[in-house]
Design a protein around this ligand. Sequence first.
Ligand code: PLP
Length: 359
Amino acid sequence: MSYERQNIRSMDGYSSGEQPLDDKVIKLNTNENPYPPAPGVQEVISGFDGSKLRRYPPPTADEFRNLAAKIHGVNKNQIIATRGGDELLRLLLTTFVDPLDPIGTTSPTYSLYPVLAQIQNCPVVEVELEDDWSLPTDFATRMNAAGVKLTLIVNPHAPTGKLFSKAQVRDLAETLDSVLLIDEAYIDFVDPDLNHDCLSMINEFDNLVFLRTLSKGYSLAGLRFGYGIGAESLITPMLEKTRDSYNLDLLSQKVAVAGIADQAYAADTWQKTRAERKHLTNALKNLGFSVLPSQTNFLLITPPPDIGLSALQIQHKLKQNDILVRYFSTSRLIERIRITIGTAQENSQLIEALRSINA
Ligand SMILES: Cc1ncc(COP(=O)(O)O)c(C=O)c1O
C-alpha cells in the first residue's frame, strides 16, 4: 500500500551532483566557487552565541533584505530571502501555478525545474534552444499559446553558459502572459564590460522576478541562502503567505549578511574565475575539445572525435584521477561534459589528467 500521491509515486527526485567527503578530490561537478567565502563569514561563525538559538529567528530576514536592497538599489519590499535559490523556485510554483497548469522553460535547462513541476503536478512545456543555443524568436508566443503560468529562464544559461541579452529579457517580460523568473544563479560571473544589469526592469514589469543565490558568487553553497528580487506584487504573497513561517535560521541570516557585505572580496573571486575561464578555455581548445563561450563559472565542452572515448568514458577516467565533472545523459548533452572552473591549480591538474587520457 502506498500513501504517496500519484504524481509523487511516478516521479524521480532531483539527482544531485556527487558530494565527496574526501578533500583530495578536485570537485568540478556542481559549480561551486573554488575560493573560500569572505573573511567576515568565519568571524560571524566563530563569534556566534549559541544561546541565541533559544529564540525563533527574524521571520523575514530583514537585516539581510535591507542590505541586499541597498546593494542592488531596490526597495526592501522587492526582496524575499529564501533557503537557497531552490526555495524561491518552489515558492514561485506554489504561489503562482495551480496543479495541472503548465510551467514553461527551455530545453536544456536547470534540471530541478521539471522535478518541482512534478511535485506540484504541473506539466512542463519545453522549447528547444536553437542549434547555437540561442532562444527561439517565437519562444514567448509559444509559451502564451500553451497557457503557461510561470516561465523559467536561466540567464546566463545553464548548462550552456550562454548569456541572453538585456533586450531579450525585456522582450520576454513584455510579451509573456505568465510570471517570468529570470534565474540569475550565475550572474556574478558575467563580464562587467557587457553592462548586463536587468534588475531595474522590476520597476517596469509586474510579472518579473530575478533569482539570486549566495551559493555561487559568494562561496556559500553549504549555507543554503538565496533571494528573489521582483515586482512587489509578486514578492509580497510569497513573503507573507506561502513562505515557511521561519524559513531561515538565525545563524544563516547572520552569515549571509557577512557574505554579501564584503562586495569587494566577492568581486575579486568573480574576477579570478573570469581570468581562469579564459585560460581553461584556451587549454581545452589546445587539446582539441570544443568549448562553448561561457559567461558563467562553468564550461560545456565536447571531446575531440579522435580521442576515441565518449564524454561519459572521459568523466569516468577523470573520476579515477579524483577529478569530478558533471555528465548529463539527455539528448543534446550526451556527448558533452560540464566542468566547473576551479582554481588555477585545479584547472591545470584537470588539463594534465585530460592530456594523459588523450595520450
Ligand atoms: C540554474 C540554477 N538555478 C538555481 C540554483 C539554485 O542554487 P541554490 O539553491 O544553491 O541557491 C542552481 C544551483 O545549482 C542553478 O544551477
